[in-house]
Design a protein around this ligand. Structure first.
Ligand code: CP
Ligand code: NVA
Length: 314
């Protein structure tokens, strides 16, 4: 395994990677983190390369980590709001793709509809990176797996409990990554919030190869019991604001609070992709507790962004 097997590829889903490629990206991220703290200059890796960021939705971590990663690797990046491009006035994605590929070495895009990313990737012959869609958030899952490995020393055999919206984009990528790397994942969610069926099927195939277990349960305690990792995400994702009241009511039972966290292992880690909504999916005391690793998790978005960009764009 080396840089070359991933060079020029798209990253729309965690399932675009083999388990070996995922492990390679995690190891490379750890290496970039070590080099960052050692103060090593690595600005020749993407010298002269240009990344475009096309975003339809808000972002702090994804946008800034990708832009900082490009700078620290010697490349350039610029932010393109979807609405300010001609895309916002109806220019087709397939036309935009065939123009932008002539200026750029890669595109990271955050979109409402995953199929727009697929179309972008189909028409652009440069790497397209999913910076979050309605279906997945692969950059987040790579950073999450890196964080688990750093904090727990291993991934295989651990129990990850995800509480809340089972149809969440972050969960979909987390579930795929966990099942590829042999971690058991328990998803506690309400009946009409189960994961996307195709993604679940794919995760189950991966799990049958790695020996991992995927369980969807209705009882939050069953998920958290003896868990090594407790993970949650917002109940109302970007684009779902109209369903806000209903979602909050339906998912209330899955709030991560200190009472529920008592069922996890004593040394469990609490994770959240952020931004967090205190008092909804997680309480302030859990988010700010010594078990919470959310700031290190957010930091790891920088190191994993570097690994992904270095291998796809170099
Ligand atoms: N976790 C994450 O993707 O955060 P942003 O929405 O701030 O990019
Ligand atoms: N599920 C959230 C993740 C934000 C990083 C959303 O899509 O809004």
């Amino acid at each position: 395994m080396n840089f070359r097997s991933l060079r020029g590829r798209d990253l729309l889903s965690i399932a675009d990677l083999t388990p070996e490629e995922l492990k390679f990206l995690i190891d490379l991220s750890l290496d970039f983190k070590r080099r960052f703290y050692a103060g090593e200059r690595i600005i020749s890796i993407l010298e002269g390369k240009v990344l475009g960021l096309i975003f339809q939705k808000h972002s702090t971590r994804t946008r800034v980590s990708l832009e900082a990663a490009m700078s620290q690797l010697g490349g350039r990046s610029f932010y393109l709001s979807w609405s300010e491009l001609q895309l916002g006035r109806g220019e087709p994605i397939k036309d935009t793709a065939r123009v932008l590929e002539r200026y750029l070495d890669g595109i990271a895009a955050r979109v409402y509809r995953h199929r727009d990313l697929v179309e972008l990737a189909e028409y652009a012959r440069i790497p397209i990176i999913n910076a979050l869609s309605d279906l997945e958030h692969p950059l987040q899952a790579i950073a999450d797996m890196m964080t688990i490995l750093e904090k727990k020393g291993r991934i295989e055999g651990l129990k990850i409990a995800f509480l809340g919206d089972g149809s969440d984009n972050v969960l979909h990528s987390l579930m795929l990554a966990a099942s590829m790397l042999g971690a058991n994942i328990y998803i506690a969610t309400a009946p009409s919030y189960d994961p996307n069926k195709d993604i679940l099927r794919r995760a189950e195939e991966e799990a049958s190869r790695s020996g991992a277990e995927i369980r969807i349960v209705r009882d939050p305690v069953e998920a958290v019991e003896n868990a090594d990792v407790v993970y949650t995400d917002v109940w109302v994702s970007m684009g779902q604001e109209a369903e806000r009241e209903k979602r909050i009511k339906d998912l209330q039972k899955y709030q991560v609070n200190s009472e529920l966290a008592k069922h996890a292992k004593k040394d469990f880690i609490f994770m959240h992709c952020l931004p967090a909504h205190r008092g909804e999916e997680v309480t302030e005391d859990v988010l700010e507790s010594p078990n919470s690793v959310v700031w290190d998790e957010a930091e790891n978005r920088l190191h994993t962004a570097k690994a992904v960009l270095a291998v796809l764009l170099s």
